[in-house]
Design a protein around this ligand. Structure first.
Ligand code: NAP
Length: 264
């Protein structure tokens, strides 16, 4: 299926590795002009080199920016738009929040998680939506977690703060639907990245299990019996970003191998 994404300008934050990287790579292979970012200049520049090499698409821009700091988010959008023009597609992704139980987490941890998992989405959306309204076209895609439907043990920040992102995405779908803009979310199950290893290490330190065993046990609940790959998430993002998904608006789609047990 031809997705018609060639030369669309896409911003994929938090993308030096893991899911953001996989999404950026798929969109680059579809011919988008891709802006990637992370907090570490070396890491994001290396990711840029790999994407250019593997996809043959030279329209990849790497920008250092910490998503928890508003002025850095503003600079990210300024630099992205001055290089490629207004953003057509926001494939919103963030870094992982600190793991922990309610008892373990401090007020500072909560405030940091709100900046990371909610305010960064508000800041980015505020900056990209004007251009989308002007063009009467745009795609807002919020990558989030299956924790929205099924809270994950020891990830209280994720279980709590991410729910507000679902409210934001749905509200935007309603508010901007008549402006040619769609807003949708993606709930991730277990996707094979360093984050999953971090979760397994956390389980290991709490239970004494070895990390490899914990990695295997994490996917026992997945009917498909395996981890998903970041590029599989990228394929879903590419579809949602395309004109083919023009009537998909206000949805929250799971990509989890069947992990979430609820029917709706
Ligand atoms: N993997 C899964 O199965 C899974 C499941 C559910 C939800 N999620 C969520 O999906 C998101 C991506 O996860 P992942 O597995 O791809 O994680 P990952 O492999 O650890 O990659 C995280 C990426 O985010 C960047 N990053 C971290 N903090 C940042 C910040 N404050 N500002 C800008 N960039 C930042 C990192 O680069 P720098 O360190 O250089 O900044 C890196 O590029 C996370 O929110 C995670 O919690 C993942």
């Amino acid at each position: 299926m031809e997705l018609g994404l060639k030369n669309k300008v896409v911003l994929v934050p938090a993308s030096s590795k893991g899911i953001g990287f996989g999404v950026a790579k798929v969109l680059a292979s579809e011919g988008c002009k891709v802006v990637i970012s992370s907090r570490n200049q070396d890491a994001i520049s290396k990711a840029q080199d790999v994407i250019v090499k593997e996809t043959g698409n030279e329209n990849v821009q790497a920008i250092r920016a910490d998503l928890t700091v508003k002025r850095e988010v503003d600079r990210l959008v300024d630099e992205a738009t001055s290089e490629f023009g207004a953003i057509d597609i926001l494939a919103y992704n963030t870094g992982p929040p600190k793991p922990g139980t309610f008892k373990e987490l401090s007020y500072e941890d909560w405030e940091q998680a709100v900046r990371l998992l909610l305010m960064s989405a508000v800041w980015l959306t505020k900056r990209v939506i004007t251009g989308m309204v002007g063009k009467k076209s745009g795609r807002l895609i919020y990558i989030t977690s299956s924790a929205l439907r099924q809270p994950v043990p020891n990830l209280v920040l994720s279980n709590t703060v991410r729910l507000s992102l679902a409210g934001l995405s749905k509200s935007l779908a309603i508010e901007y639907g008549s402006s040619g803009i769609t807003s949708n979310g993606i709930m991730l199950g277990h996707i094979l990245t360093e984050r999953q290893r971090q979760v397994a290490q956390d389980i290991s330190s709490r239970t004494g299990k070895n990390v490899e065993q914990a990695m295997k046990e994490l996917v026992l609940d997945v009917p498909q019996g395996r981890y998903g790959q970041p590029e599989e998430v990228g394929c879903l993002v590419a579809f949602l970003a395309s004109d083919k998904a023009g009537y998909v608006n206000g949805s929250m789609l799971a990509i989890d191998g069947g992990l979430i047990r609820s029917v709706f």
